[in-house]
Design a protein around this ligand. Structure first.
Ligand code: DSN
Length: 434
């Protein structure tokens, strides 16, 4: 088989079938545009770190306190990632071992709550995450989940948040979402959490990069615990991170009569040995590299452009008569109800796939349709912005997407939109060196 790419030669020689699928995905990503707001393109440096030699190493425990020998460099790389995150967020303690965002959230429940405790989170259908209390998720099965949502305009309904706090006296409140297009008011969540004496967890998986880049307020100093993935707007490897304040003590000893000061140790112990075994040090190396990239001036510019691009897209969609939840966006994502245009979210996802754009079907607040065929789609700008696209390209994209959705039954119009998208992808390449 001819090698079509400049990389992956070893895979091609060992496993031609796997090589075909890996390079197929590479071509797909290069020729089309990812507009799923939870996705990004990791840099070559991050990808190299993830494929590095740390993959071979076990390192159960924490830097300086491991259960395996040979830790000279695992300790250093993990500490590097921890220190970089501490500096960027101004927090006392960071754990970079969670395998992803869901295990990070699981660890917070495990560290701070007892089974049966009440947790107040955002309703899934209003934008919350499955780990924020969905009945069939661990968070809804082992804890008593109650929910807040958005008001008729699509913004967090703080009067409902407060009445739920008053009524249910939860042990923890979560601010965070997978499909909320507006800025989080972490200060108000913090004030309410203090008033009702509940732990406050901020799940910033979607917006971590915007926070680092100064394009969204930070929950640091306001939330008791902050969780995130590292592969969304942080542009790192697929993994998780937990940040908190307090006084870290020996993670191998359970604190006696723990207080809020012991949250760092409780979190560490919940991750290991509570939920996980050996940390993935190759992934942690990728987190270290991503955090280094995120601390530069270029990243700040990118984060701000992500938001400008989302606003530019939103403007065109609104002009074309699409129904955007909350009437616009403050961040990297847009959530829209497409049923007014004669198709459902699944159909919109399919037609946009045809023109070379990946989005995802998504429920909208109050959706009456089933989750696999909901009324809306969710789309975002992190990837387009990494490719260097700006407001002008967003306008072209939004018109092409609107044309395709409105005329999804016309192969000619769909094809025309596809040509526009493919040309933009050629003009703004990703991974050209691969
Ligand atoms: N799957 C993620 C998202 O797409 O937002 C959340 O975990």
């Amino acid at each position: 088989m001819k090698q079509r790419h400049k990389v992956y030669g070893n895979i091609k020689n060992t496993d031609p079938e796997a090589y075909r699928f890996i390079t197929g995905e590479l071509d797909r990503q290069q020729k089309g545009l990812e507009m799923i707001p939870s996705e990004s393109y990791a840099s070559r440096a991050v990808l190299e770190a993830m494929g590095c030699i740390f993959n071979n190493k076990y390192s159960e425990g924490f830097p300086g306190k491991r259960y395996y020998g040979g830790q000279d460099f695992t300790d250093k790389i993990e500490q590097l990632a921890i220190d970089r995150a501490k500096r960027l967020f101004g927090v006392d303690h960071v754990n970079v071992q969670p395998y992803s965002g869901s295990p990070a959230n699981q660890a917070v429940y495990f560290a701070l709550l007892q089974p049966g405790d009440t947790v107040l989170g955002m309703q899934l259908q209003h934008g919350g995450h499955i780990t924020h209390g969905l009945k069939i998720n661990f968070s809804g099965r082992f804890y008593n989940s109650v929910f807040y949502g958005v008001d008729k305009q699509g913004f967090i309904d703080f009067s409902q948040v407060e009445s739920m706090l008053k009524k249910h006296r939860p042990k923890m409140i979560i601010a965070g979402a997978t499909a909320y297009p507006r800025e989080w008011d972490f200060a108000t969540f913090s004030k309410l959490a203090r008033k009702y004496k509940t732990y406050f967890m901020a799940d910033i998986a979607h917006i971590i990069g915007l926070i680092i880049g100064g394009a969204h307020q930070s929950p640091a100093g306001k939330a008791d615990v902050i969780t995130s993935t590292t592969h969304k707007t942080l542009r790192g490897p697929r993994a998780g991170i937990i940040m908190c304040n307090g006084k870290p003590s020996d993670p191998l000893r359970a604190p006696k009569n723990p207080t809020k000061r012991d949250i760092p140790t409780l979190i560490d112990r919940a991750i290991f040995p509570g939920l996980q075994g050996g940390p993935h040090e190759h992934t942690i190396a990728g987190i270290a590299v991503a955090l280094k990239e995120a601390s530069g001036a270029e990243f700040k510019k990118w984060a701000r452009q992500v938001v400008k691009n989302a606003k530019a897209l939103a403007e065109v969609f609104i002009r074309r008569g699409f129904d955007l939840v909350s009437g616009g966006t403050d961040n990297h994502l847009i959530l829209m109800n497409v049923t007014g245009k004669g198709l459902n979210g699944k159909e919109a996802e399919t037609v946009l796939d045809k023109i070379g754009i990946s989005v995802n079907k998504n429920a909208v607040p109050g959706d009456k349709r089933p989750p696999y065929s909901p009324s809306g789609i969710r789309l975002g700008t992190p990837c387009a912005t990494i490719r260097g696209m700006k407001e002008d390209q967003m306008k072209i994209l939004a018109q092409a997407m609107s044309d395709a959705m409105e005329n999804h039954k016309s192969p000619k119009i769909v094809k025309k939109s596809e040509r526009t998208v493919r040309q933009l992808c050629r003009d703004f390449p990703i991974y050209p060196e691969l």
